[in-house]
Design a protein around this ligand. Structure first.
Ligand code: FES
Length: 83
């Protein structure tokens, strides 16, 4: 969640829980799984990560910050073949 530094109030709209696939036609590549809505993401051993309003989960395995996307899919021009 993003906060106004002066007031401390939330400035980011809370998003409803959902899941989607990100495609970036401008870069000609496929991106992460988009997971808004403050869903709990757990590691393989069951440890929960910090709950956030939105996260991108790597679906190519190239991120150095797995399970989260770090944008590396763009540098390798990842294409999932769905588009
Ligand atoms: S999907 Fe973005 S780095 Fe893997």
């Amino acid at each position: 969640m993003a906060y106004d530094k002066k007031t401390g109030q939330e400035i980011e709209q809370k998003l409803p829980p959902s899941i989607g696939v990100v495609e970036d036609p401008a870069l000609g590549c496929s991106g992460p799984l988009w997971v808004p809505g403050g869903m709990t993401i757990e590691s393989s051993d069951g440890t929960p990560y910090e709950v956030r309003n939105k996260v991108g989960l790597c679906r190519r395995g190239v991120s150095i910050n797995k399970p989260f996307c770090n944008g590396s899919h763009a540098s390798i021009k990842f294409k999932d073949g769905l588009v």
